[in-house]
Design a protein around this ligand. Structure first.
Ligand SMILES: [Cu+2]
Length: 137
């Protein structure tokens, strides 16, 4: 192999390695969704995300204290085994103080429809204050 060919090959190799290192997948930015809570509804009451998405909910109670609690397994399937929503630190329930934004992060691991509901008693309609999180494949 000539010295010139060797030099060209080496240059190509360096270029290839450089382009590989710049193609490292960066962690996808979280998808931010604003959610409000008031007697007796969450808005939006249906949240749709894609499977694999890192989600950051910014949740704010507008009128009084509420709460939000997520089911970790989708409706219509077994309610045990690996969770379909992965919350860091295993927390799945938050109190929502009035007009204080609560940031809730999770990864939507598995497709399905996940129920969430108000977790702080807030009045006569409390039990119907709920919503769904749909993880699309
Ligand atoms: Cu409530």
């Amino acid at each position: 192999m000539s010295l010139r060919l060797l030099a060209v090959s080496a240059a190509l190799l360096v270029a290839a390695l450089a382009s590989m290192s710049t193609q490292q997948p960066e962690p996808a930015p979280a998808q931010e969704i604003e959610v409000t809570a008031k007697k007796y509804e969450f808005q939006p009451s249906e949240i749709r995300v894609r499977q694999g998405t890192r989600v950051r909910l910014r949740v704010r109670a507008l009128d009084r204290a509420h709460g939000i609690e997520f089911r970790l397994h989708p409706e219509g399937g077994p309610q045990e085994g690996p969770a379909g929503l992965r919350f860091p630190g295993e927390q799945k329930k938050w109190k929502l103080e009035p007009n204080q934004e609560q940031v809730i992060e999770f990864t939507a691991e598995r497709p399905g429809t996940y129920a969430f509901h108000c977790a702080v008693f807030c009045g006569l309609g409390h039990r119907r204050m709920k919503g769904t999180l749909v993880v699309e494949p």
